[in-house]
Ligand binder design. Sequence first.
Ligand code: KG4
Ligand code: ZN
Length: 336
Amino acid sequence: MKVLGIETSCDETAASIVQDSSDLETRILSNIVLSQIAEHEPYGGVVPEIAARAHLHYLQNIIKQALNEADTTLEQLDAIAVTGGPGLIGGVLVGVMMAKALVMGLQKPFIAVNHLEGHALTPRLSHDLQFPYLLLLASGGHCQFLEVLGVGKYRRLGTTIDDAAGEAFDKVAKLMNIDYPGGPAMERLAKTGNPDRFDLPRPLKGREGCDLSFSGLKTAARVLIQKQTMSEQDTADMCASFQKAIAESLAERTEHAIKMTSTKMTHFVVSGGVAANQTIRHYLTDISTANDLKFIAPPLKLCTDNAAMIAWVGLERFKLGQTDDLSFAPKPRWPL
Ligand code: KG4
Ligand code: ZN
């Protein structure tokens, strides 16, 4: 069984072919991701209109590349899955319309995938992880703890009450004139910085529940940044201090989330773009070990946005007979 996945919800134009194989190594037949960073960099963030136009320009070729690399023809596909939301609606429309056109021409099943479900089920693609598991989904637009109980069965334990973790990285990076996207750039600069140089808060520390918050942390960083002319070393120190604050905060909130699960979990998983951060992974590994949980973080290229995770959800849902009607309307907001 082979499924084509299409992802266009933010600034990556992506297509992938995933097959139903018990061998993890041969599951992903192709995983093409075209980053539009160069298009958006001059503006310091993603410009929705530019992203939508770029998806329209590149998507057809990206799909062709995915098929070629997988040595697969359109006719050999069993289903086509596409991100149906949440995300920047112009981009989602481009992907959904492309998928609808393909399934109409090919008479194949159509599956509209929730992007967050893509991140949530990635550890099953990369590690064959069984349900249930505890998940921290930390990306540019979302930051939440979920109990993943089955395909389509999620229980949200807590969520950010303001910014997402990735968003906080991106905004603080912008204040220091660090190139977009801020998260990976700050992680690089943090390597030469002192994580204890700047005193930053740990939002909601000790508070009941496992909600998260990053806007106070961002404001505290802004005040410090604007108080001085930031030398190269100051910038590195701020990157390291900020990264440590986010990592410690995520770890502390994780400890609360672990206590809130309805069933005994054996695994704790982090996914989403922020999960690419090695310091954060390190803190989360420690907190998992201390709580008798095995820690899983998918490989870096499956943490950030990609279409393999969308194809995978398509495959999981297709096997359960869960396909969608062509009347599906893209959703800018779509909670899990
Ligand atoms: O999951 P993702 O690729 O897209 C969304 O669905 O949002 O996540 C992108 C976010 C951005 O905010 C980016 O700055 C952040 O993830 N990110 C990182 C790292 N790599 C990506 N944040 C911290 N450290 C990283 N290494
Ligand atoms: Zn994402």
